[in-house]
Each structure stands twice: as C-alpha cells, then as structure tokens.
Ligand binder design. Structure first.
Ligand code: FAD
Length: 487
C-alpha cells in the first residue's frame, strides 16, 4: 500500500502502539511528533511475545475495535495505523529496513515476559529506541518503602503515592501528523483474526464502546454522574455505580493521568481535591490498579504461583464437572450464576460479584485460583495480568494484603446485601425472575406454591445448589488447616 508524498524525505520515527491505543496523553506519539520527522504508527500482534499469557478471546474482541478506532483517529489527522503480525523484533527490523526509519518509540508495559522481550529489543535494534510511561501514575521501579523494598500492603503504598506529584496528561496539538513519503505494507484489520470464529460476542457491543472516544465519553458521564455516590454505590451490581473504564484502561484507550485530571477538573478551582468522598474512593480504586502493577513488577512469578508460599501446598480439588458448572453459571447460587452469565454475555463483571464468584470457586468448590484466573483471562474484555493476578490471589488469601482464606463469603448473604431487590439476578438469571426478593438469592427456601407460581422447578428449570454452604465452609477450613499444620 503506498500513497503520495505528503512531507519531507527525512528518516521516519516508528511509533509502536501496544496498550496505549490513543492519540492524546500518549508520550511516545507526542515525542515522535516533537522530533519533527515523519511518524509511522504501527501495531504488531505478537502472541509469542506475551509469554504464557497471549490475549484471551474477549480481549481480542476489544482489541479489534480499539485498533479500528485508533486507525480512524489517525486517519482524521492524515495518518494511519500500520498493522502487522509476528515476532515484534523481526517485524520492527523489517519495517526499519522498508521505511528507512531511524527511531522507534513506545510506551512501557509491565508484564514479566514483555519486559524481558522489550529489554532485548532495546539493546538489539540498530536505531534509537526510546520508551515512555503512559499506563501508570507511579511506575513500579520508582516506588519503594522506607526500607527500600516493594510495598506489600495497599494502604501505605497508596499513602506514599499520594505524597508524589501526578503528571499532567501529554497534549497532542491539533492538525495532521507528519507522514512518510510512502506507507509500508499493512495487513487489513480482519487479517489479524481477532474476532471470534464462533460468535459469542453478541452482547459485548451493547455493553461498551472500545476506543479513545468511547473512553472519554464514559469518563465524562461518570465524573458528571455516578462518581459523587461512588463510595456508597460501587458495591451494588444492580445499578451502574462504577466507571466501567477497566478495559479502556487496560488497552490504553485512556490513561490514568487523564482520569486524574478529569476528577481534578470537577473541583472547579475550589482547591478541594479530591472534591468529595466518592471521588476519593474512586481514585483509590485506580490506586489498586497501580498497586497491582507494583506487585506484578516486583513479584513476577505471581501470575502462576502464590505470593504466600505456604499456599503452594494447598490441597486444591480437581473437578472438571464443578468447574464447568461454575463457568457456565449453573452452581445453583443465583448471585454466582448471575455474575458468570454477565461475564459470558458482556465480557465484564461487577467487582463485588467478581469477589463473590472467585470466593465461591476457591472456597466452596476448593478449585484453584489459577483455574479461575485462566477462565477470567479468556472471557474478560478487561483481562489484565496485574489486576487479574491481584484479584484472584486477594480472594484466595495467598496474595499481598489479601482477604484471609478463613473469611468465607456467604453467597446468600452477599446477594441479599448487595442486590437487595434481586434485580441483578433477575436480569442475568431470567428463569428466577418471577421469584420474590426474599427468595431470589435462596430459591430452595421458597415454599412449593411460591416456586410454582414463579415457574421455578428446582433441578429442572434451575439447578439445586452444587454444594451445601455449611458443608463447603467446613471443608474449606479443614483444607486450610492442612497447610497451617504443614508450616
Ligand atoms: P471502577 O470501580 O470504576 O474503578 C476504576 C478503575 O480502577 C477500574 O477501571 C480499574 O482499572 C481499577 N480498579 C478498580 N478496582 C480494582 C481492583 N480491585 N484491582 C485493580 N484495579 C482496580 N480488573 C481488571 O482491570 N482486569 C482484570 O483482569 C481483573 N480481574 C479481577 C479478578 C478478580 C477475581 C477480582 C476480584 C477483581 C478483578 N479486577 C480486574 C478488578 C476489578 O474487578 C475491576 O477493575 C473492576 O470491576 C472494573 O470495573 P470499573 O471499571 O467499573 O471499576
């Protein structure tokens, strides 16, 4: 693919897009523009470069649409996105050769396999190779506790971070980007094969709009609305009380500095920052994302192994039938099933429900957190190695600052507390929709006539509970005792 010359014949700068699929607040792109040479934006699909964690199916759906949005944004500035597939180093070297580029700029990532690959690349490319921070407020290598060690508890971590300055988002001025005399060959987006072959993504598009514009509009809507009540409503899956920015943040449709600045803008110069408790709690959740990256960077073995080594000997159960029932939302516990079905249908699940379903898997079923993390990896549009690892190890009690394993969520009480009218269950488990609120989280307690008039036959229209809560709790505590004894 070639096009007419639009500017000078100088050697170009390749801007290698990765998880920073936006034009604004993109330091690598801004630096390339400032350099004053033609800019060639590139995305490379490199599964092998992700090590043990090539992107899952739902993430690929998001990526497809986010790349389309980025290409469109670049085209509106007289540029375009060059797409390639293969080993990143080889593709970059080919592109350097084909275009005569004399520099490659990119924004940093923090997954262990990616860090190793990028380090090798930086040393091995024969042109200027510069990397920048676009993904975090506080990069992990810059943060240490007083003893010079990584933090392992969130509160002191975040307290320390809040003593540091947050940089302003990097602005890209308007107008066309400087383009090369001719464009290198690019794959068509469809040729990357990111969309599922057997479509299971029908509900994804209704739930989200991947890309920079979608992210900014979501942020605007959130800061003008739900943010003020975030502290009270963020645990309620039956209302839209959270930002739903996680996949945008993962793919870099938006960056955390932009979120910080948008929250700051809501203070309208009052000088009070954060402006209210909702904003404060929201920013601290963005802080959990920072903490997750801090942990992944300093403890790179944790996607596969527990941070607390005593948990390596936990007697996990291998049970593919129960695992399947959990994955498909057929456990007989309505709040668990609602969450798993929301995940399958939309690629996203509310945080409170993520905690409930994860706890159910690792405690009620005693199936390993790694099996749960694998399923989330494939089905979440926001699957993120740092946050997924933290979430699962937190729930299983084997990570940093984790909920103790012996604290076992009761899925019935969790449902009654956080979905009090049962609206969330009604939406995702429609076969229970006609049950009254008092029974919707425990249909087996409903009298026969109530079940009958709601059209529910347990064991036929909706499953009996896969395990008894009390018995499962005792078995989980007994399993925990075995690793305590072994210490
Ligand atoms: P909001 O409540 O609006 O929070 C704003 C942002 O802060 C989020 O977009 C997210 O980037 C960050 N954030 C919020 N809570 C957390 C948290 N507990 N840990 C880390 N970052 C957080 N989040 C992912 O982005 N990817 C994952 O793969 C992922 N896996 C998880 C697995 C488990 C078992 C659990 C319990 C949590 C997981 N989370 C993950 C964290 C959290 O559930 C999601 O970030 C959140 O639900 C996203 O919704 P939101 O954007 O509306 O969040």
């Amino acid at each position: 693919m070639t096009s007419a010359a639009t500017s000078t014949p100088q050697p170009a700068t390749l801007v290698w897009f990765r998880q920073d699929l936006r034009v604004q607040d993109n330091p690598a792109l801004a630096a390339a523009v400032t350099r004053g040479r033609p800019v060639i934006p590139v995305y490379i699909l490199d599964d092998a470069g992700e090590g043990r964690w090539p992107m899952g199916g739902a993430s690929r759906w998001w990526l497809h649409h986010s790349l389309a949005a980025l290409d469109q944004a670049l085209r509106s500035r007289g540029s375009r996105l060059v797409l390639a597939r293969g080993e990143s180093g080889a593709v970059l070297r080919d592109l350097i050769k084909a275009t005569g580029a004399d520099a490659v700029y990119w924004n940093r990532r923090y997954e262990p396999a990616v860090i190793a690959r990028d380090k090798g690349l930086k040393a091995g490319l024969d042109v200027e190779a510069l990397s920048f921070n676009s993904a975090l407020l506080f990069e992990p290598h810059t943060i240490r506790n007083k003893a010079g060690a990584p933090f392992q508890v969130f509160t002191p971590f975040w307290k320390h971070c809040l003593t540091l300055a947050v940089e302003e988002p990097v602005k890209l001025r308007g107008g066309d980007l400087p383009s090369p005399m001719s464009w290198p060959r690019s794959l068509e987006l469809g040729a990357l094969g990111l969309l599922p072959k057997i479509p299971w993504d029908g509900g994804f598009a209704a739930a989200a709009a991947p890309g920079e514009a979608g992210a900014m509009s979501r942020l605007k809507q959130f800061t003008a609305g739900a943010m003020d009540d975030y502290a009270d409503r963020r645990n309620r899956p039956d209302v839209l009380g959270t930002s739903a920015l996680s996949a945008h943040l993962h793919f870099g449709d938006i960056g955390p500095r932009q979120i910080w600045a948008a929250v700051k803008a809501t203070t309208k110069g009052s000088g009070v920052f954060p402006p209210n408790r909702g904003a404060q709690v929201f920013l601290s959740e963005v802080g959990w994302r920072e903490f997750a990256h801090h942990l992944l960077f300093h403890f790179p073995h944790t996607p596969e192994a527990p941070l607390r080594m005593d948990f390596a000997a936990f007697p996990w159960v291998q049970d593919s039938v129960k695992l399947r029932a959990w994955q498909q939302g057929r456990t007989g516990y309505p709040i668990v099933d609602a969450g798993m079905r929301q995940l399958w249908a939309t690629g996203w699940m509310h945080n409170r429900v993520r905690m409930i379903v994860a706890s159910f898997l690792v405690k009620h079923l005693r199936i390993s957190w790694q099996a749960g993390a694998d399923w989330f990896w494939d089905t979440l549009v926001d699957a993120d190695l740092a946050s997924n690892t933290l979430g699962w190890q937190w729930t299983a009690g084997c990570g940093a600052d984790a909920a103790p394993y012996f604290r076992i969520f009761n899925p019935i009480l969790q449902g009654l507390k956080f979905d009090p009218e049962g609206d969330y269950v009604r939406r995702w488990v429609p076969e229970l929709a006609r049950l009254p609120a008092e029974f919707i989280h425990q249909p087996w307690e409903a009298p026969m006539d109530v079940l009958a008039s709601a059209g529910v036959t347990l064991g036929r229209t909706y499953p009996h509970p896969l395990v008894d809560h009390g018995e499962a709790r005792d078995a989980a505590l007994a399993a925990l005792a075995t690793i305590r004894r072994a210490k």
